[in-house]
Design a protein around this ligand. Sequence first.
Ligand code: ADE
Length: 249
Amino acid sequence: MHIDVFTLFPEMFDGPLHASILARAQEAGLLRVALHNIRDWAEGRHKVTDEPPYGGGGGMVMKVEPIVRAVEGVLGADVGRVPVILLTPQGRVFNQRIAYEFAAHDRLALICGRYEGVDERVRALVVTDEISIGDYVLTGGELPAMVLIDAVARLIPGALGARWAPEDDSHASGLLEGPHYTRPPEFRGLAVPEVLLSGDHARVARWRREQAIRRTFARRPDLLEAADLTDAERAFVAQLRAEAAQQGQ
Ligand code: ADE
């Protein structure tokens, strides 16, 4: 996977790209992140990348020419083939399904907006998708780009190492994960559930699935509609709902 990032602040990416799984994925040749400073495509002695908006109003708008020249120059013949994603609070809200969608590509381009946003013609000329990481406003698209890179990179086969499977994650099956425990078996009077020490793998799997459904019901009931559940599991959810309704009375 090759990811081109277009930003005015490439140095913001140094920390996240050079630690842990993202660093290992790059060392292993599974991930390449190329940082491009949009300023390098700006013209004139002052290399201006932003200007006040036509029509007045506060703030600054990122200019169209440097961004379009940068994206076309870097992508070359891949323009039109590669998703060009603008990070903006106006985009569709990112989730695990979209992470899988992007992970299916061998190359992505990310444009990090700043200030009041980018000149609308950037959208018309190069952008193919717009992503928001949530309904709040950040100072720019750099942190959202890092979130997207992290979520996508860990789905590249081999990136998590042999024993870690992204299919088990919260959200992968449409459910939140249940609780996890490791040693010691008891701490300050809190014991690890007996089933996890039983060595009975089928029982452990059943318990985990039930815990995942219980936790999703308690915290994110909205996810249960689209979750991949068996008929028996749907009946269990109906029972949880009935119990909750009774307790609410
Ligand atoms: N830029 C500023 N806020 C953002 C957000 N929530 N998502 C994506 N890009 C952004």
